[in-house]
Design a protein around this ligand. Structure first.
Ligand code: DX5
Ligand code: ZN
Length: 218
């Protein structure tokens, strides 16, 4: 069964608790939290206090996506705030510092993720293979919700699925950006098992149905 990780970037921030409770009641598997610093990406969103606040109102795993430069500076604080999966970007620092960040996350008992932007090849993930619990393939340029799905990222998803199956079958393969019930099918066909969905999910007239349709994908 494919998992759904709704991105709260498209939630109503004034009513974040209501929206998160609704996502939980509708069958969401994770809550995807997009953290942006205005440097790694040209947008600023939410940070550590908001993750801590969300932690208090849901027991769903918090899937925290750090779009920040030099994440090593902050990973322990995001773990303490309640992240269950903490994903950094391969492009956000040197390999050495990223490896150190992943070790710090693991030492906190939190699952690790590494994400790649559209222009980054799958080989960029090689150094992290033994320290990753999740790979996140961006299917839009990170920074904003509501962009068009990049189907040309599917060869990358297929390549990574093959590598995961051979090297570490427990690793999750997540896609993020422009996912709706149609593009979700394309991603699952390519080998993804976790689908992040923001604008399409929040616009759907029936959230439970949207989630059920993705769950039904093989
Ligand atoms: C983009 C974020 C995504 C985004 C997804 O930088 O990482 O999680 O919110 O939103 P949609 O589903 O609208 O593309
Ligand atoms: Zn994201």
């Amino acid at each position: 069964m494919s998992k759904v990780s709704p991105s709260i970037l498209s939630a109503d921030f004034v009513n974040l608790e209501r929206d998160i409770r609704h996502l939980q009641a509708s069958g969401a598997d994770y809550i995807h939290v997009d953290v942006m610093d205005g440097i790694f990406v040209p947008n600023i969103t939410i940070g550590i206090p908001v993750v801590a606040a969300i932690r208090k109102i849901t027991d769903l795993p918090l899937d925290v996506h750090l779009m920040i430069t030099e994440p090593l500076r902050y990973v322990e604080r995001f773990c303490d705030a309640g992240a269950d999966i903490l994903t950094i970007h391969a492009e956000a620092d040197t390999v050495e510092n990223n490896l150190e960040a992943l070790r710090h996350i693991r030492a906190k008992g939190v699952r690790t993720g590494v994400s790649v932007k559209p222009a980054t090849p799958p080989e960029a993930l090689d150094p992290y293979m033994d320290l990753m619990d999740l790979i996140l393939v961006m299917t839009v340029e990170p920074g904003f919700g509501g962009q068009k799905f990049m189907e040309d990222m599917m060869p990358k998803v297929r390549t990574l699925r093959k590598i995961i199956d051979v090297r570490s079958p427990g690793v999750e393969l997540e896609v993020d950006g422009g996912v709706n019930t149609e593009t979700a099918r394309i991603c699952v066909d390519a080998g993804a098992n976790v689908l992040v969905a923001g604008s399409a999910l929040f616009k759907a007239p029936d959230t439970s149905r949207f989630i059920r349709e993705i769950h039904a994908l093989p």
